[in-house]
Write a protein of this length. Structure first.
Length: 229
């Protein structure tokens, strides 16, 4: 069920699911009842109450939603909370999980960082939102995503993205223009003073993970951050 999971401090964990957890997205043509069952299975596995995980309607933008237990699924690509369990769904984009400390307790975030989000600054926006809630000592965990050796894009699109995020420039292993989204994300986090604690493997090269580039008719795995006893 989990590609990687860790308790990052007592009572606070992060994780990335794998294909064994099944598709967790409602927007890919799957049976909604089955998706709901898988989400409930996941919540039981991490000790979160039913419907306790907060999901987003992800739109490849840079909007950040501040969440509480009563907030409906926002149209956003980042969520921030004071410990409310958060989930982000991906299948080549980067699932970025963040955690920091505030006087009132932990402040956490889940970010959907695809090509448009990286270029439009969704990661710095999420960090700024966390800081506005008093978070300091912020750390980041980058889940599995497509790597710079595999992510081929047209030369014009490469130029557009790298003009905004120079560190994302790459060339594929077969010699064509590419983008290294994890490198771009790390550069934005470093500029914001955020330490990267973990970075996952390439989704395209890892059969146990969903990859849209490998199969357009695929599911979505999730990055999770949650508080627990």
């Amino acid at each position: 069920m989990f590609h990687w999971r860790a308790e990052i401090r007592p009572g606070l964990s992060v994780a990335f699911t794998d294909a064994d957890a099944g598709n967790l997205a409602l927007h890919v043509g799957d049976d909604p009842d089955e998706v709901g069952r898988r989400r409930r299975d996941l919540e039981r596995a991490i000790g979160v109450a039913p419907k306790g995980l907060r999901f987003m309607n992800q739109v490849h933008g840079n909007a950040v939603a501040v969440m509480d237990q009563d907030t409906a699924a926002p149209q956003a690509d980042a969520m921030v909370s004071r410990g409310v369990p958060l989930a982000v769904m991906v299948a080549d984009c980067i699932p970025v999980l963040l955690a920091g400390d505030a006087p009132e307790g932990p402040v956490v975030a889940a970010v959907h960082a695809g090509r448009p989000g990286i270029a439009n600054g969704v990661i710095p926006a999420a960090v700024d939102s966390m800081k506005s809630l008093g978070a300091g000592g912020i750390r980041a965990w980058l889940g599995p995503s497509i790597c710079g050796n595999c992510y081929e894009v047209p030369a014009g699109l490469q130029a557009e993205v790298t003009a905004a995020v120079p560190a994302s420039l790459s060339t594929t292993t077969w010699g064509t223009p590419g983008l290294d989204l994890p490198a771009g994300a790390r550069s934005q986090l470093e500029q914001a003073g955020v330490a990267v604690e973990y970075s996952g493997p390439c989704t395209l090269e890892t059969p146990s993970l969903f990859s849209y580039r490998r199969n357009k008719f695929t599911g979505r795995f999730a990055g999770l951050v949650w508080c627990h006893d």
